[in-house]
Each structure stands twice: as C-alpha cells, then as structure tokens.
Design a binder for this molecule. Structure first.
Ligand code: SF4
Ligand code: SF4
Length: 430
C-alpha cells in the first residue's frame, strides 16, 4: 500500500556528528543533558552513517538547492578530516544541477587558521553563537571549568573575518542581556560587523533531561515581556538606521508574512515537521527541540530516511502545532505571523481549555502589533517595486513634519498629536 502521507518536496535535517558533546558548558543549554540518552557511546558519527545519510538526504530532496546543517554539541570537535569526508560524499552523490550549501553552527572557541582556511575554501556559512558584549555573553556561556568564553569567541570571529569566511550571529535572549536590546544590537552591527542576526529566546524547562517536560522554567529564561520589549528595542533602532543593510531574521520573517507569504521559519509556520534532527548514530528525531525517546522516528541505517520523513508519526507531530492551538490564538489578530509560536514553549495553562498557550505570547503580541504600521509601509514599497528601506525616509519625513508642527504650536493650543489635550499638558509638557 502506498504511503498516504505525501513526501515533502524539501525538508531540513540538523545533523549532530558529535551528538551533544561540547567543549563549553553553557548554563542554559538544553542539549548537553542528552548525553544520558546514549550511555557508553563515543559520540562520533561513523563514515558508514555519514555516507548513508548523505546519499539518502540528497536523493530525497526534490529541489535544486540542498543545505547541510552541521550542529551539536560542538561540531568542530569532529576535526577537519570528518568534514573532508562529508564533502567527498556530497560530491559522490551530487546530481547535475544540484547546488549544495554547508552551514555550521559553532561556539567559535575552537576556530583556528586551519578551520578558517577550510571554511573559506569550501564556502561554509558559519553561524557563530554569541550573546552580546563580554559581560552579557559570559554570564552563561562558560566552559567546563566555569571560565568565560567571550575572548576566545572574539578571537575566532577575527579569524573568520581575516579569511573572508561568511558568518552570521545567533544570539540567545535571556536574563543577562534581555534588558539591553540596543546595546546588544549595536555591538553586533558595529563591532562584530555582521549583516545577519538571529535572536532566539531562552525558554528552558527546569529539569535534568533537557526534554520538553515539566512546566517550570529555569532562571535564565527570558520573560514574555522582556522578549517583546527586546525585539521592539532592536526593531526601533533598525528601523531608523539599517533597513536593507542589516538582516534580523524575525524582521525578515515578519515582512514575508505581512507581504502575504509563508513566514519561512518553523517557529512561525502554521505546522511543523520539515525541520528534523539526526543524532551521531543515525537516530532521526521529529525536531531539534524534541530529541527525546517519544519523538524518535527510527534510525537511517535500518529504515529509509524518506519513509521516516513522510511517516504518519512525523505528519501528526507537524499537524499537532495547529491542532492544539488554544482559542486565544485562533482569535488573535497577529496569528497570520505568529501561528502560536513553537509548541515547545506552550506551557501556560488557560482556564477552561485543555491546550496551552505560548509562554512568550504577551511578548509576541506586543512586538507584532508594534511593527504593524512600518511593516505595512514596507509592503506598500514592495508593491510599488521599490525597496522596503524607503520606509526609513518616509518615517524621517513624517518626524520632520511633526517637529515643524510642534515648533509653531502655542502652549495652550490643542496638541497636534490628536490626544485632545492642551499642548502644554501633552507633548509640550516640560
Ligand atoms: S517544534 Fe518548534 S522548533 Fe521544532 S519544528 Fe516546530 S516550531 Fe520549529
Ligand atoms: S500572539 Fe499569542 S495569542 Fe496570538 S497567535 Fe501568538 S501565541 Fe497565540
């Protein structure tokens, strides 16, 4: 009987050749505890698993561009020869017309000349994990001895820059940096000199397994309000200076949604299921955030990859995101972009409902409402075949016109902002 669950045209697998093994021990990391799932393992992907994965992954994609995403733990702990073999296998199973991209997420501390030469030669796109200026980064990103890592990451960054390796920044937002959005953003823009930034909220369950179990969160976790305010702070700075120059993932995703397209980031898609994760031994899981026994689909050495990706279990996992939306989300004015957020963060109980609301809801709502007008203006620009960056000039003109109106106003006149109050009691207040 044919599989009733259709094979997606494209999907992504986050690949963990060294499993959860890492040279750092970041306080908030949810992945290090996964070591307990593989007692006695050496946590090293063998050439057999690597070759089988490469062959099956490339054969299953029905699009011309394929992205290999290397992650961990710390993938650099595999050493350069492992990645040379990965490239050999990619070459071996490459079809004509296929374009291959290799992305690698690293904590940056092990980068040296040899790595940067390798990355440069093979066009690797490097995601560097950094949480901002030194004190904010070092608050939680420490090594096994509890020593800070910022200086080592900056050394790695400078090597990437000097070898012209393409890199972007993945910054987690947590209790140590959430109150400083502009400082964090300017640091990445002006000192790290990146053009692409992702801000990922830390919402970590307080347990020993790293699984999505229990409803209590750790003390590192950002609150919904802090996360919303953080995004708003960064957005306002970006909107004044950097549209079209600096690309912040959640702003790009939002613009796509306002423009009527799919958000393109799993967290804000209506359903899940297209971003899987594979452990060092070939075990395949529904998602990087659900590497736990209940969400294991099988092992690529025993079950064809394609069958697991198009399985009933994975389909149900993906649909559950939509099927378990609480009424609040179904009625929400920003659902077209939020879609209830990542199910792993749905921990808030609501009276009278069986399903849970996203812990970050209040922050998402505040942020998405805050950006509504500028997003609409950018969409207008796109419809006119002009650059969204024009929004900066339009808003600057509006501000200048408003300032002019304020200059001419008498203290007892109605405030030009339309509040109905006298100017002296509103924007003219000393
Ligand atoms: S569970 Fe969360 S991280 Fe995983 S695919 Fe769904 S939205 Fe993405
Ligand atoms: S903002 Fe809140 S209510 Fe609205 S879709 Fe997102 S999580 Fe649901």
């Amino acid at each position: 009987m044919s599989n009733p669950y259709p094979m997606p045209r494209a999907f992504h697998i986050m690949t963990k050749p060294r499993g959860p093994i890492c040279n750092l021990n970041c306080d908030y990391c949810y992945y290090i505890p996964k070591v307990q799932m593989y007692p006695g393992s050496d946590f090293r992907m063998t050439d057999e698993v690597l070759e089988s994965f490469t062959r099956q992954y490339m054969a299953a994609q029905q699009v011309p561009e394929i992205t290999f995403g290397w992650q961990g733990g710390e993938p650099l702990l595999m050493g350069i020869p492992f990645f040379e073999r990965a490239l050999e296998f990619q070459e071996k199973y490459h079809h004509p017309g296929m374009h291959i991209i290799n992305t690698l997420q690293t904590n940056g501390t092990l980068i040296d000349d040899a790595w940067t030469e390798f990355f440069h030669r093979h066009n690797f796109l490097i995601g560097l994990s950094m949480d901002g200026p030194q004190a904010m980064h070092d608050a939680f990103r420490v090594d096994k001895g509890g020593h800070p890592s910022w200086e080592r990451v900056m050394r790695g960054l400078h090597l990437l820059q000097s070898h012209q390796v393409e890199y972007n920044i993945l910054c987690t937002v947590h209790q140590a940096n959430a109150l400083h959005p502009v400082e964090v953003y300017r640091f990445f823009r002006d000192e790290v000199k990146t053009k692409f930034i992702q801000f990922i909220p830390i919402v970590r369950r307080n347990n020993e397994t790293g699984h999505q179990e229990g409803l209590e969160l750790t003390h590192h976790s950002v609150t919904a309000k802090q996360y919303g305010d953080f995004l708003i702070g960064v957005f306002d700075e970006w909107l004044q200076h950097d549209v079209g120059q600096i690309f912040v993932q959640i702003f790009d995703v939002a613009l796509a949604a306002w423009f009527g397209q799919q958000p393109g980031l799993c967290v804000f898609e209506p359903t899940c299921g297209l971003g899987l994760a594979m452990e060092h031994n070939g075990d395949l899981y529904a998602c990087d955030h659900y590497v736990e026994p209940h969400y294991k689909l099988g092992n690529i050495m025993g079950t064809p990859l394609i069958e697991m990706v198009a399985s009933k279990e994975q389909f149900k996992f993906g649909r559950a995101k939509f099927d378990t939306l609480p009424q609040q989300c179904l009625d929400c004015e920003v659902r077209f972009i939020c879609n209830g957020g990542c199910p792993k963060n749905r921990v808030l109980t609501i009276e009278g409902e069986e399903t849970r609301l996203n812990y970050l809801c209040a922050g998402y709502k505040a942020f998405f409402n805050h950006i509504d007008r500028p997003m609409r203006m950018m969409v207008e620009e796109l419809h006119q075949h002009r650059a969204p960056a024009n929004v900066m000039y339009r808003l600057a003109q509006e501000r200048a016109a408003q300032e002019q109106r304020f200059v001419k106003i008498g203290r007892n006149d109605p405030c030009p902002c339309g509040s109905g109050k006298k100017f002296k009691h509103c924007h003219g207040k000393k």
